[in-house]
Design a protein around this ligand. Structure first.
Ligand code: PFF
Length: 451
């Protein structure tokens, strides 16, 4: 346990931990994925369901992943096995750890492709490419960019290379410390962009209405499944990552208040991204449902037309790439740990080997934006297939396994003590973690199967 080590200076262990967990949670999911999913899934119906999923399902699972990790002080697979044995249950529960790592492996393959887009846009924006451009023009730049497989491959390689380097060298701690400056920086630039959207367009109110006016009639099974999947994705749940982070937590840390902080930070960043992007979408008559390219088409309009936009734009993409790296390293870490443990490879070779395999799969994803766009798996191109397989199925199913294990196969009194809950608070916790969260996930799956 590194609590004592980390608690000198201004580094309380809780603060360091919050940084690491937030570093994993805040990433492309918040700024790239959240706005485009909102656009594709019809706006507020998605946003409100997502907020509900985060609160009622995401938070309890986040807390339980930490609690299991903290108890076991081991990697996610062994942690599940350890706690299962401790509770007198079958060690087979460790299968959740395996599925989680497989999920991390698949997600990183396409995550790195988008991380590469952010890196390339750092240079495009910084060199003034978007100066004075309209939405049509930035859209054309993006389309040209997607058609160029060589350039996508280059940036995917750079991003994956950086991730492998960070994990192989074990410089994750340094990176997390740097995020102490980078994360507030990202929030600040987003705030400036929200301000720009409010002042320079007349569509701020329309965007706010699009995101927040309740329209329950627009909610259907697909929207709920998308929102549920995104709640897992954005909080890095269902992959054992938070379990692994929990292993570094001291007993004195209050899991509930820590979860509240991480979730508020993560959600605020996503909502700010939405409020920066949608006013531009409406003001420039762009299609909200245009998909994964949404931020790469909209934000350059702002950077190309505001004073100091070139510098601010480059800064934004530096910070975004940084946020993406603190997430991607958390995705690679458990895969490397597993390879290291199961083979005779050392840490560096394990990181490189895992990196190359994941990179290859990523190449298949990036080709689905151009040469392989015709290749379909169950009606989706390779990129969409991997995204849906992980976010809509693997993460929620693993999360469901964890919450069922926690609520029904672990000693509840012990959990109550570890969370420091009494009276009504404990009653609410019990209701949510044992009934609401698992039943909600099951209901979403059943409605999917029927619908
Ligand atoms: N939560 C990260 C994001 O929103 O960008 C992505 C991610 C990282 C997903 C780690 C899953 C994970 F385990």
């Amino acid at each position: 346990m590194n609590t004592t080590k980390a608690s000198h200076g201004q580094w309380s262990s809780r603060f360091g931990f919050i940084l690491a967990a937030t570093g994993s949670a805040v990433g492309l999911g918040n700024i790239w994925k959240f706005p485009y999913m909102t656009g594709v899934s019809g706006g507020s119906a998605f946003v409100l369901t997502y907020l509900l999923c985060i609160t009622l399902i995401g938070v309890p699972i986040l807390i339980m992943e930490w609690l299991i990790g903290r108890r076991a002080q081991q990697n996610p697979i062994q942690a599940m096995e350890f706690v299962a044995r401790q509770e007198g249950r079958s060690p087979a529960w460790k299968v959740l750890g395996f599925v989680g790592i497989l999920g991390a492996f698949l997600i990183l393959s396409f995550y790195s492709v988008i991380g590469g887009w952010a890196l390339d846009y750092l240079f495009l924006t910084g060199s003034g490419t978007f100066q004075g451009m309209t939405g049509k023009e930035t859209g054309a730049v993006f389309e040209g960019f997607l058609a160029n497989a060589g350039s996508l491959m280059l940036w995917h390689t750079v991003f994956m290379g950086l991730t492998v380097w960070i994990v192989a060298m074990g410089v994750t701690t340094g990176l997390e410390r740097a995020s102490r400056i980078m994360m507030p920086g990202l929030a600040l630039v987003l705030l400036i962009l929200v301000g720009y959207a409010a002042v320079a367009t007349d569509s701020f109110g329309r965007a706010a209405a699009f995101l927040f006016t309740p329209d329950w009639s627009a909610i259907n099974g697909q929207v709920v499944l998308a929102a549920l999947g995104h709640a897992f994705f954005t909080l890095s749940l269902g992959m054992g990552i938070m379990t692994a982070y929990g292993a570094y937590l001291g007993k004195e840390v209050n899991l509930l208040s820590t979860a509240r902080t991480v979730v508020i930070l993560d959600t605020t960043i996503a909502l700010m991204a939405g409020m920066a992007i949608f006013p531009l979408v409406f003001a420039h008559n762009l299609e909200p449902s245009s998909g994964p390219g949404l931020i790469f088409v909209t934000l350059p309009i702002a950077f190309g037309n505001m004073t100091g936009g070139t510098v601010l734009g480059a800064l934004f993409f530096v910070l975004l790439s940084f946020a993406a790296l603190t997430s991607s390293m958390s995705l690679l870490e458990p895969v490397v740990a597993l390879v290291e443990e199961r083979t005779s490879l050392g840490r560096k070779s394990a990181a490189v080997t895992a990196g190359v395999v994941i990179w290859l799969l990523g190449v298949a994803s990036l080709l689905s934006f151009n040469h392989w766009s015709e290749i379909q798996i169950l009606g989706n191109n390779i990129f969409d297939f991997l995204d849906k397989l992980t976010s809509k199925f693997m993460l929620p199913l693993t999360g469901l396994g964890i919450i069922i294990f926690a609520g029904w196969f672990m000693n509840q009194e012990k959990i109550r003590q570890e969370l420091g809950l009494e009276g009504t608070a404990y009653l609410i916790w019990s209701l949510v973690s044992r009934f609401v969260a698992p039943l909600a996930v099951i209901a979403v799956f059943i409605s999917m199967l029927l619908g």
